[in-house]
Design a protein around this ligand. Structure first.
Ligand SMILES: C[S@@+](CC[C@H](N)C(=O)[O-])C[C@H]1O[C@@H](n2cnc3c(N)ncnc32)[C@H](O)[C@@H]1O
Length: 379
């Protein structure tokens, strides 16, 4: 790929139009991937344009208020961040008279980035060398240098997601704020990363859900979290309304904030609390239900089948399944939904429409999503 330009044309739009504009620019190959989009405080987003972007066609294509801005390109840093992190750690060690090789084997090789926050792996809490370094009186200077090497303002350690109902995040903050806001595939997410989890590993599934056509549909997200699927369904898939069920107040706060930021709050109804209590009120209303809880969403299967309209619909069923048992699980799941339909007096054909292997959850265990289609049969 060629060297990115020093200045670039940006298409500046309201943040609430960001999702649609991102999608259109990407489709036309008018979005320059080498350059960071910019966000402005007055709730605007600026997308960097490629040379191919035709200004006259652009305004017509986007169909939303847009202004063009030419300014210095915020070029994505091509320098190896691993090298920069290593240098930051070694500089700090030598500044405090410690041997540079001291942490050589345990400098993080991977991290998760959520906006201005980088989450480092859990070995920073358990490794003996790190434990000693962390008791140093000037440790804050190391965190600040590491954050700057990773081009963020906050650093934390990601411990395994808590095995509680909320699937709480267990982030130990080292420096900076846990409140994150970031743009992913044209959608702004917002939440307190020390209170709620965000699974970056589910990116392919978030994007797949965003490509499905849900124009005019009433959708239920039974485990909405901060909107991993609710937001793509509203912003990209065109769902007419999403009923989002969520039990964790911290996730509800993030979801509501993000819905405002993406301009979809008027099509979102949040049902706060246990979905065992909220789903029964949604009986017979939905064209589609999303069941995104791991290791299993089974507790909500019956209520989601009952929530489908008499005209049927689609259920997106998440589950952790051992690789060699995926086919058997798929057959059992279709059978189980068939039984549920029958026991609820629904005369319907139930079939598996698609099985998506999202990611490896553990050795031999896959996070999968089965799209189950429910079609009414003639009496
Ligand atoms: C794993 S997170 C969502 C993750 C997201 N679907 C993904 O795959 O990235 C599951 C969400 O379901 C919520 N949750 C768990 N049990 C619930 C229940 N009984 N009723 C409503 N929400 C629930 C949790 O608080 C959490 O925000």
């Amino acid at each position: 790929m060629e060297t990115p330009p020093d200045t670039v044309r940006y298409a500046v739009v309201r943040r609430t139009d960001g999702g649609r504009v991102h999608r259109s620019l990407k489709k036309e190959a008018w979005l320059d991937p080498r350059i960071e989009p910019l966000t402005f405080e007055d709730d605007e987003v600026a997308f960097p344009l490629t040379d191919a972007a035709d200004e006259d066609r652009l305004i017509h294509l986007l169909g939303v208020p847009v202004r063009l801005l030419v300014q210095a390109a915020a070029v994505r840093d091509p320098v190896d961040p691993h090298g920069k992190l290593q240098k930051a750690v070694n500089d700090w060690l030598s500044a405090y008279g410690l041997a540079p090789h001291y942490l050589a084997d345990v400098i993080p090789k991977k991290w998760e980035r959520l906006g201005e926050l980088a989450l480092l792996p859990a070995h920073l809490s358990s490794n003996a060398a790190w434990t000693e370094v962390r008791s140093h009186p000037n440790i804050r200077a190391l965190w600040t240098a590491m954050a700057s090497a990773l081009q963020v303002t906050a650093l934390g350690i990601q411990h395994p997601i808590a095995d509680d109902t909320f699937r709480s995040s267990q982030v130990e903050m080292l420096v900076g704020s846990p409140e994150v806001r970031f743009l992913d595939h044209g959608i702004t997410y917002a939440f307190d990363a020390s209170k709620v989890m965000f699974s970056s590993g589910n990116v392919t599934e978030r994007r797949r859900i965003g490509t499905l056509n849900m124009q005019g549909e009433t959708v239920i997200d039974a485990y909405a979290g901060v909107g991993y699927y609710t937001l793509p369904m509203l912003v990209h898939s065109g769902a007419a309304i999403v009923h989002a069920c969520e039990i964790n107040p911290a996730s509800v706060a993030g979801l509501k904030e993000a819905a405002q930021l993406n301009g979809v709050a008027d099509r979102l109804t949040v049902h706060e609390g246990d979905n065992a209590l909220t789903l029964p009120a949604l009986q017979g209303m939905a064209d589609r239900c999303h069941l995104g809880l791991l290791p299993s969403s089974e507790p909500a299967w019956a209520a989601c089948m009952a929530a489908l309209k008499p005209t049927g619909g689609v259920l997106h069923v998440h589950m952790n399944v051992e690789e060699e048992h995926i086919d058997a699980w798929k057959a059992r799941t279709v059978e189980r939904f068939q039984q549920l339909a029958k026991s609820q007096g629904r005369h319907a054909a139930v079939s598996a429409e698609h099985l998506e292997k999202v990611k490896w959850f553990a050795p031999r265990v896959r996070h999968v999503v089965l799209d189950v289609r429910v079609r009414p049969l003639a009496p």
